[in-house]
Structure formats: structure tokens, C-alpha cells
Write a protein that binds this ligand. Structure first.
Ligand code: GUN
Ligand code: ZN
Length: 428
């Protein structure tokens, strides 16, 4: 049976960074028709009600119906260590992250955290994520298995490391390649799963391992490849010391077949002009992780400059280097980071980044990240007056953007009225 969802509906005709806020389409008394897991129609409520009298109606009143949030970079195994105090990147990895990732040798623990993580993100309105796993193949099985039971479109891959990580968290160039290849064969394209080739970052892979990952990508060019790039200045200096021949950090990937369209480069803060030009030339995706960048003290991503240079940019929590599971909180941090660089991002731009921008960075914007006929019905319904603080601020709103912005800045999981995944509401 078809479902007809009523509320305010927000969708996009184009990228508002390129086309301005007229690229956003807002229907104040709107409706979304969902049938067979897909969006069948979108438009004014009265027209869709008349055209589809048999549909089961769910009236969300003045709540906002949007494409579900897409988190383009997360580490689900870091769920339990989110908000760990006091360290910058390298010490944070060694003190908090690696010991926690070690626990994923136990498949039961991996399964428990995968379930907990997906429960948390769907409660925050996130309907798709692209996650790192750990070195353990079982950690990949755990997240894809948990996503399959929820029917979620999910990207993930085994995080490969063969140096500068503790015993027990290292593979080799060969085993990293072979285990990744086996997981790719098992999961890629199975239901809504997509395998992502995942070398953690240049400091934790030998040139041999980077080359093996590059060969795997060359053999599977329809897969995405994810890694980290230029997050902190100490890290950039370390990469320079480890790869004395490299022109820059990006070159350590490029020299090993790890630069290309379909490459996702998390953080990308301290880029040189050459790196920016090469990333743009190959149409790579950058992933902005603003709560992580402020929490770990990494730096201020140049959203304005990189979007103007035409780069694909996704938005992400970077759980658990990031300090929140919420893409609302993540939009707020993106706003604050851009403000510190002298650019006030418009709510239409922020919301686009959290939905279609992230989907585009994952090369999936034809499937998810927007409300349009034929797209998969992954939706979030957002209460724009979810707390007393937000409710009092929106009473003065003169337009939809003023009505949305307090929720972007102050909203959390209390703002999520409902999350629909593949055409079905997620049980609360
Ligand atoms: N660089 C390499 N690994 C990580 C990680 O797990 N989190 C963050 N924020 N940066 C990284
Ligand atoms: Zn990360």
C-alpha cells in the first residue's frame, strides 16, 4: 500500500552553492507519496490527496519532511569512545582509538556496537552512512549485517594498517589486500551495501600496502576508496618524514593509485594549491568533518574556496573523533567553522550538504539525498520547535530558512519526529 506523508517538504533542484537558494524547493503544505520503497510523487498536499485517495496518510503537521541525512565519513567502532578528553590526533588515536578498535577482534562485541551505532544514528535522522570498520573482517560483517536488517544503504570497508599501529591491529600488504578483496566480493552490491576500499591513512600503511590498495581499486573501479588527508599539521609533517620523495601528502596516495574520482578524502584541511588543483582535476570528493575538526583541534576547512573551485564536498560526523552523532549538530559546526573563515553558510547550503552534498560525494545522488520521484524513500521528519529554546526562537520566523536555522543550531535527536528507511518508518 502507498503511504502519503503530509508536512512541510524541502527538496532541491540543484546545488545552492552554485545556483543560489532558489535551488531549494519548499512546499509549506506538501506531501510525499511513497510506494514500494521509492518516492512516487511530491507536491502540494491537496493535489496528492485527491490523486491518491487510497494511500495511507500520515500527517506530520508543520514538521519538515526532508531527504534523510547522509553521513559521509564515520568510524562506527569509535561509538563508545566518543567525547574522549584532551588529546590531539596522533595521541588521541594511540590513547583512545586503537585500544577500542582492538576489542573488535571479538565478533560479538563488533555486532553489539554495530547495532548500537545504527540505532543511535537513525534516531538522529541519519539514513545512510559511510563508515570505516577496524582491521578485523568480522567488524565489516557486523556493520553490513546490522544495516541489512534495517534495509539501510550503507558504505563500509575494512580499515587497513600495516605499520605505526599496535600488534593486533596490523595486517600486511598482502593480507590487507586479500581480506579486503574477499569482503568486497561478499558485500559489494548485496542489497543496499557498498564496499569501500579503506587504507586508514598514509602514516599507518607502508608504500607496499598503499600500492596493494591501489591495485585493488584499479581492479574494482566501481568501488569508492576512502582515507584521511591533511587533518592536522603534525600529521602532515609526519607524512613528509615517512615519504621523503613525495611532493606532498596527496602525492603519497597518487603515487600508489589512490587518487581518483570515487576517492573520498576525509578532513582535507591543510591542502597546498597543487593538492587542491589535482583533487579538482580528478573530481575527487572531500569530506568535511567540522565537529571533529574543532574537537580534536585540527583546523578550519575552507568550504567556500573548495566549493567555488568546483570540488565535491560531503558533510560528516567523523564519529568518534567528531563529538556528535547528529547531522544537525554537524551542520551547526560547519556554520561556525565557515563563520571563523568569514563566510556565513546559508541554511539552504547547510541542509544541502547534509543530504544531497554527502550523497553526491558518495556518487549516490541519483539514489538518495533528495526528494524526487524515483528516488529511494529515505526520509527524515524534523520537528522545528522541538525544545522550549527552539520553539521560542522560531515564533518570529518570517520564512522557512528562519524557521529551520534554530533547529540547525540547537537541534538534536529530540527534533527527529520520524525516520523512514527504504519506504518504511523506523520503529522508535
Ligand atoms: N586519521 C587516521 N585515523 C583517524 C581516525 O580514526 N579519526 C580521525 N579523526 N582521523 C584519523
Ligand atoms: Zn575519520
Amino acid at each position: 500500500m502507498a503511504d502519503l506523508l503530509l508536512g512541510q517538504v524541502l527538496s532541491y533542484d540543484a546545488d545552492p552553492f552554485a545556483e543560489g537558494i532558489a535551488a531549494a524547493r519548499h512546499e509549506s503544505a506538501g506531501a510525499v507519496l511513497v510506494e514500494g520503497g521509492r518516492i512516487a510523487a511530491v507536491g502540494p498536499a491537496d493535489r496528492l490527496r485527491a490523486a491518491h485517495p487510497q494511500a495511507r496518510v500520515t500527517d506530520y503537521g508543520k514538521a519538515l519532511i526532508s531527504a534523510g541525512f547522509v553521513d559521509a565519513h564515520a568510524h562506527y567502532p569509535q561509538t563508545a569512545i566518543i567525547a574522549s578528553w584532551g588529546k590531539r590526533l596522533i595521541d588521541w588515536l594511540n590513547l583512545y582509538t586503537f585500544p577500542e578498535e582492538m576489542r573488535f577482534a571479538d565478533p560479538a562485541y563488533a555486532q553489539a556496537v554495530a547495532e548500537r551505532y545504527l540505532g543511535l544514528v537513525t534516531a538522529h535522522g541519519t539514513t545512510s552512512a559511510c563508515s570505516y570498520c577496524t582491521i578485523h573482517p568480522e567488524s565489516v560483517d557486523a556493520i553490513f549485517g546490522a544495516a541489512a536488517t534495517r534495509d539501510m544503504r550503507l558504505w563500509a570497508g575494512k580499515t587497513c594498517m600495516d605499520r605505526n599501529a599496535p600488534e593486533g591491529l596490523r595486517d600486511t600488504a598482502q593480507t590487507g589486500h586479500d581480506q579486503s578483496a574477499a569482503l568486497l566480493a561478499k558485500w559489494h552490491g548485496r542489497g543496499r551495501a557498498a564496499y569501500v576500499i579503506t587504507p586508514r591513512f598514509s602514516p599507518t600503511s607502508t608504500p607496499e600496502q598503499l600500492a596493494a590498495m591501489g591495485a585493488l581499486w584499479a581492479a574494482n573501479p566501481d568501488c569508492l576508496m576512502q582515507t584521511h588527508l591533511s587533518e592536522q599539521t603534525d600529521e602532515v609533517a609526519w607524512v613528509q618524514a615517512l615519504f621523503p620523495q613525495a611532493r606532498d601528502y596527496l602525492d603519497t596516495y597518487e603515487a600508489h593509485g589512490l587518487l581518483g574520482k570515487g576517492g573520498l578524502y576525509g578532513h582535507s584541511i591543510w591542502l597546498t594549491d597543487r593538492e587542491k588543483a589535482r583533487l579538482a582535476e580528478v573530481d575527487a570528493s572531500l569530506v568535511h568533518c567540522p565537529t571533529s575538526n574543532t574537537f580534536i583541534g585540527s583546523g578550519l576547512f575552507d568550504m567556500d574556496g573548495l566549493k567555488r573551485a568546483g570540488l565535491r564536498v560531503g558533510l560528516a560526523t567523523d564519529t568518534g573523533g567528531g563529538s556528535s552523532f547528529s547531522m544537525l549538530r554537524t551542520m551547526a559546526a560547519a556554520y561556525e567553522v565557515a563563520q571563523l573563515r568569514g563566510r556565513a553558510l546559508h541554511p539552504a547550503e547547510l541542509w544541502w550538504l547534509a543530504t544531497q552534498g554527502s550523497a553526491r560525494s558518495l556518487h549516490a545522488d541519483h539514489l538518495i539525498g533528495n526528494i524526487a520521484p524515483g528516488m529511494e524513500a529515505d526520509l527524515v521528519v524534523v520537528d522545528l520547535a522541538s525544545t522550549p529554546a527552539i520553539a521560542q526562537a522560531v515564533t518570529r520566523a518570517a520564512d522557512i530558512w528562519q524557521a529551520i536555522f534554530p533547529t540547525i543550531m540547537m537541534g538534536d535527536d529530540r527534533a527527529i519526529r520520524a525516520t523512514w528507511i527504504n519506504g518504511k518508518p523506523v520503529a522508535a
